[in-house]
Design a protein around this ligand. Structure first.
Ligand code: AMP
Length: 177
């Protein structure tokens, strides 16, 4: 399948959730079985030889592909969630995103120093969300951390850059404006 076909499957919603944001809606990609399978195939082929032992998916769209990728790579899945959602003891990290501030949480026993972790989300915009997730994961001292997105918004200022020792890969590059 071509990259154009995947891009066409993403619904662009202007002014959501606030005016001036062009929202890349991946639910239209997820509901198309061929596109959904293609995205999972592409992500898995990027990480097949990296020894990934845990995929850490960011709530909530990062769960949809992250869990499928984890199962295919033979890795465990770890949820990184919005505050108050995880039932056991957590570690938290505050962050700034393209439209506001928030924080993320992970269970304090989610990852061990033996793990090789792939952090996954649907969209990379300013990098704030991913940076917070990477900080949470790095706090466990894993062997290595990788970061993956379905869409990299190429013209969004990367105000929260991901550390250089964390390789970043995206399946699609899309401009907002
Ligand atoms: P950021 O922290 O700015 O990189 O924003 C990334 C997070 O916010 C991801 O979890 C995305 O799901 C969501 N997000 C930010 N901007 C957009 C956008 N333009 N379209 C879709 N999702 C977005």
């Amino acid at each position: 399948m071509t990259e154009e076909k995947l891009i066409e499957a993403i619904r662009i919603v202007p002014d959501f959730p606030v005016k001036g944001i062009q929202f890349f809606d991946v639910t239209t990609l997820f509901k198309d079985v061929a596109c959904y399978a293609e995205v999972i195939d592409r992500i898995c082929s990027l990480y097949a030889d990296k020894g990934i032992t845990k995929v850490a998916g960011i709530e909530s769209r990062g769960f949809v592909t992250g869990a499928a990728v984890a199962a295919r790579l033979g890795a465990g899945f770890v949820p990184i969630r919005k505050p108050g959602k995880l039932p056991a003891r957590v570690v938290s990290e505050k962050y700034t995103k393209e439209y506001g501030t928030d924080s993320l949480e992970i269970h304090d026993d989610a990852i061990t120093p033996d793990d090789v972790v792939l952090v996954h989300d649907d969209v990379l915009a300013t990098g704030g969300t991913a940076l917070a997730a990477v900080k949470l994961v790095k706090g466990f001292g894993p062997k290595a951390v990788f970061c993956n997105f379905i869409i990299n918004i190429t013209d969004c200022p990367r105000t929260s850059p991901i550390p250089e020792d964390v390789p970043v890969e995206s399946i699609l590059n899309m401009a907002e404006r």
